[in-house]
Design a binder for this molecule. Sequence first.
Ligand code: NAP
Ligand code: G4F
Length: 337
Amino acid sequence: MPKVALITGITGQDGSYLTELLIGKGYVVHGLKRRSSSFNTERIERIDLHPRHPEAHLFLHYGDLSDMGSLVHLLRQVQPDEVYNLGAQSHVRVSFDVPGYTADVTGLGAVRIMEAIRIAEVDCRVYQASSSEMFGAAPPPQNEFTPFHPRSPYGCAKVFAYWSAVNYREAWKMHVSNGILFNHESPRRGENFVTRKITRAVARIEAGIQDKLYLGNLDAVRDWGYAPEYVEAMWLMLQQPQPDDFVIATGEPRTVREFVVAAFDQVGLDWEQYVDTDPAYLRPSEVDSLIGDPSKARQKLGWTPKTLFPDLVRIMVDADRQLLEDERMGRLVRMDR
Ligand code: NAP
Ligand code: G4F
């Protein structure tokens, strides 16, 4: 019998890569998608075969992390072996505008999914998408022993979800693991996260359809990795006999400014002619420096990052240039370009 996985947040960056990884391993994948007024399945379109197609391995279900009933019904129906809770209001700046909603979906949503597993009496392993944003103001390098000091409603919600996951593990002996993932990017990254905002702008400026790129804090330090490699770490965590918590990162610090310079360099443009700052993109409280120490993941999971900063920037800029070219030629546009 193939293994069955349930993914919340399947329509997001990580959800789409994880779906491909699991289907490649022979899993049947079920995904929770929320209702939206326009299509939100662009990232998984190419694998979204009709449920009655003989080769279908992916099945999508309407539901919402704010709706307990939908989660219980879905768990009863699907009976997964593994649950990956990736669903979240995941934008840090936006979380200052919608703190209550962020706490509900990103924080309480994790409790709802774990409680639904208990209510439905499903015997499964659980991955909770925790975040380096939980470390916030704690000085780098950060590892599994670094105390949390979140600096945003998003970070606070993730800390609540993290400790709830630990509590379900201790109280109910559930196999729940936290992946504390540092920033990871790809051509499928949402357009309002800084890396994709930059690479998309570089392609559009080069093509002559955008004049300026407005950004916030250029001095923030992040540890940027490549998303397809990070979803493999999620899967590895659930293959361990014992549940545990792991930092997943490259350990390589770079500023937002360095990302800007590398991206503009790739198309031979001088960034200073095009980039301006706009206070609208500053955060009420910023996280200055996130640099992860992934030693535990290397030792216990055998996981190491392979795609580092220069290649990541190149992959993303190339993909956004290709996307524009495809749009211009009227070709079918795929998110994985
Ligand atoms: P993403 O692209 O923003 O995807 C978030 C997913 O959550 C989307 O599928 C979204 O659906 C779904 N979602 C939002 N609200 C929901 C709700 N109320 N009910 C059900 N689903 C909902 O995020 P990502 O980059 O793939 O990240 C995946 C997870 O890892 C998130 O929990 C994020 O917080 C966490 N994380 C990300 C990073 C990173 O660097 N990418 C690092 C650490 C942790 P729609 O498509 O309909 O919006
Ligand atoms: O790309 P960002 O929005 O990512 P951020 O805030 O680090 O959060 C991401 O990574 C977390 C892991 O640490 C995830 F948990 C979270 O879900 C999300 O995926 O911003 C990165 C840095 C920040 O310091 C921000 O202030 O870039 C700075 N920045 C400068 N100008 C900007 C901009 N960020 C955005 N989004 N837009 C700007 O114009």
